[in-house]
Design a binder for this molecule. Structure first.
Ligand code: SF4
Ligand code: SF4
Length: 360
């Protein structure tokens, strides 16, 4: 069987109290969370993302990672970086691990968004220590929104100086975040900061950064409520599993969609079931147009010629002309006064996904 891309949500417990995610209000109980027995049933994967909640709240994370390395080529853990000692301990055992620490802006902004007084200092200290340890696959992750958009470039530059990866996201509304009250209010301001980032990334000499530029171009398009730039094939060669053993296509749907439960089924039984097929049909008709790395990264690999052509055009065929977000139709229409802010708000994927089903 072909290797898959899997996201393993090891817990819904979290020590963070973020403004854009209320997961901490509906934590899982330790006794109902994924066991090693269930994790052993997962299929072979070319990539595994371990996430939460806050994964480092699991005391058996060492064992989970050890089991996952038996079936996965690459593992990246997403964390808020607060539990420095636990992260360092794990990385000593698995130096090949990837670690992405969410930092939501410079110190004051980060701590206000995250709801952790000492969050920035601890996250930053963790990253620095990992770097000193010689860890290669480390970086920041930031969810760009009104409150932190002006910190986007300073944070990117900081990550660049440190030689670290810099991943971005924007606000989404789905069951995963528990409450669906995420809105971007000043769309042009947030998008302009992303536009600057796209240009900095395109100016670099790193092909990886050029493709990140494409991802951020997609984020602007998402913020303006446009159709997703790439098809979404979640549940075909990609899956999420939650702390209760439920296998899902993704974390972007309004209600949780379940393909089967790995606590009670074998992987083959679940993956080839009628229920899984039914979910795949739902995915084919899904119009939520979300743009989160979990669903975009596999699509960028699968439909590589689409981002590759965009990169070629903007890096090599632009003859010095900077990238402008006006190439997105809704952006230029808004700038020319053809679409009002109110109309744009109605168009916004973020707004629309607060209510309704997956296909509205
Ligand atoms: S975004 Fe992450 S750190 Fe913040 S509450 Fe949600 S799971 Fe916790
Ligand atoms: S577009 Fe639909 S199927 Fe794809 S990740 Fe978003 S909610 Fe899931």
């Amino acid at each position: 069987m072909k290797k898959l891309n899997g996201t393993v949500i090891v817990t819904y417990r979290c020590n963070g109290h973020c403004t854009m995610c209320s997961r901490y209000k509906e934590p899982s109980r330790p006794e109902e969370e994924l066991t090693l027995e269930t994790i052993r049933k997962l299929p072979a994967m070319y990539f595994t993302n371990i996430t939460g909640g806050e994964p480092f709240l699991r005391e058996d994370l060492h064992e989970i990672v050890r089991e996952l390395y038996k079936k996965s080529d690459r593992i990246v853990i997403s964390t808020n970086g607060f539990f420095t000692e636990r992260i360092i301990e794990l990385c000593k055992e698995f130096p090949q691990l990837g670690i992405r620490i969410s930092i939501e802006g410079l110190e004051e902004t980060n701590n206000a968004i995250r709801g952790l007084d000492d969050g920035f200092r601890r996250g930053y200290e963790t990253l620095n220590t990992l770097k000193e340890m010689g860890m290669k696959d480390i970086g920041f992750g930031m969810t760009v929104q009104d409150r932190n958009a002006s910190d986007l470039l300073p944070l990117y530059r900081l990550s660049d100086e440190l030689g670290m990866e810099f991943a971005t996201a924007s606000l989404h509304n789905s069951f995963y975040f528990v409450e669906t009250n995420n809105i971007i209010h000043d769309r042009p301001m947030v998008a302009q900061n992303l536009e600057r980032l796209v240009n900095e990334l395109l100016h670099s000499n790193s092909p990886k950064k050029w493709f990140r530029a494409y991802f951020n171009h997609g984020l602007i398009s998402y913020i303006y409520g446009q159709k997703r730039l790439l098809p979404c094939d979640m549940s075909f060669d990609t899956f999420f599993i939650d702390p209760y053993g439920d296998v899902m296509p993704c974390n972007g749907t309004r209600e949780k969609l379940v393909m089967g439960n790995l606590n009670s089924q074998s992987w083959d039984e679940l993956w080839n079931s009628e229920q899984a097929e039914c979910i795949r049909r739902e995915v084919r008709n899904c119009s939520r147009n979300c743009w989160m790395i979990g669903s975009v990264s596999p699509a960028m690999h699968k439909y590589i010629w689409i981002p590759a052509w965009w990169v070629l055009k903007h890096k090599f065929l632009s003859f010095g002309k900077p990238y402008s977000m006006e190439e997105i139709p809704a952006v230029s229409a808004h700038r020319r006064g053809l679409i009002s802010k109110d109309a744009l708000d109605l168009l916004s994927t973020c707004e629309r996904n607060r209510e309704g089903s997956n296909n509205e």
